[in-house]
Design a protein around this ligand. Sequence first.
Ligand code: P70
Length: 458
Amino acid sequence: MKNVPEPYRIKMVEPIRLINREEREQKLVEADYNVFALRAEDVFIDLLTDSGTGAMSDAQWGAMMMGDESYAGSRSYYRLIDVCQKIFGHQYISPAHQGRGAENVLFPLLIKEGQVVVGNMHFDTTKAHIELKGGHAVNCIVEKAYDTSDGSPFKGDMDLEQLERLVKQHGPGQIAFILITVTCNSAGGQPVSMANIRAVKAVADRFGIRLFLDAARFAENAYFIKQREAGYADKNISDIVHEMFSYADGFTMSAKKDGLVNIGGLIGIREDETLANLVRANLVPTEGFPTYGGLAGRDLEALARGLVEVLDEHYLAARIGQVAYLGNLLLAAGIPIQQPVGGHAVFVDAGTFLPHLPSEQFPAQALTIELYREAGVRGVEIGSFLLGRDPVTGEQLVSPLEFLRLTIPRRTYTDNHMRYVAESLINIFQQRDRVRGVRIVEEPPVLRHFTAKLELIS
Ligand code: P70
């Protein structure tokens, strides 16, 4: 890809600082080796997540001053609905405070006890919400997603044969809905092709099953379609987005990613008015009155603006180009990562990076800890530590992939920061046999990775 400079310049800066190695060592002990427990001010470069951590534009900050804070019927709400209807082509749009708020409202309306939700690869909070509503979350992604060295363009695609098999095995009536996550976060920010979305829709229609999108990174997915899929090179991003959403009966969205805001979520329903009314009814006791959905009027304004800005192809080229830049620096040094580089993060294959650590010693968590110790950089583990235990047997599950995710916030860091991150990881790579594994000493029953306590194995 040719180098694309960012189509913006920096107007405001926020200082960050690197505390010394001894202090970092101390902070790790105080955090029980869980980087979620670190104070952000003790982190130099924060690649924990791209969720709500990006920079807003001057136009977004300006729009925030225009927020209508009315409890019901706010002008800002109508502005957001108008923008969303145009971009996504879905008739019914509801705001929510973030992605899991949207899931919490929509999923109980779709899932009956014991039903299955088939997805390409469910994100962890999504899986948790499906399970909390009595459903089973089943992954059905193409096999090559698990081969980190396979450079295929659409490793987020669903496996169509397996999908049909699953539908026949459980019976269509037992499938609550199909959920395609774009881009597929858990597989490394890998895109889903338009052809695949279309084909999944055809299967869904044939069996009378509904198709939803988990659309947190919809614009990045559209950009990959434009770059990689035959027939889309000359289409603009808006048209591609419109087509992607035209196959879906509805969507949930964490707007903290491609909404380019610090907080927010959405629920979209294409045309089912009955379902849309139920969504609105469910919003009231959970997220709030349907015209604010857990957000302030100013948040609705910022989101309405962010959803337009994210469709700018020059922005997307710079954004995805920066993630690829970091990935390529690591690849050039021989560091194993999920290839091709995804949209929002570089996923380092920690299982291959640290071959001396078995999965029960959480190699990706060990590498996450080491990177903070080495450089004050905070990544996040996406592997067996995050996966957790079998809900029935309580046994530790083994993740097919052990990733350290270096998640790049949008419009926030420079390529110089990326070089620093790469150099730090390369330093560790050169003495990787010294990295020690970890064990869990305390954990909560669900979504344990956020709050569990760990210790180093001597
Ligand atoms: C991330 C965050 C959230 C998310 C998502 C998809 C595809 C729904 C949601 C929930 C969560 C996270 C992970 C590790 C560290 C910090 C935060 N993804 N669907 O970074 O949305 O967070 O708004 O409730 O990726 O991947 P929300």
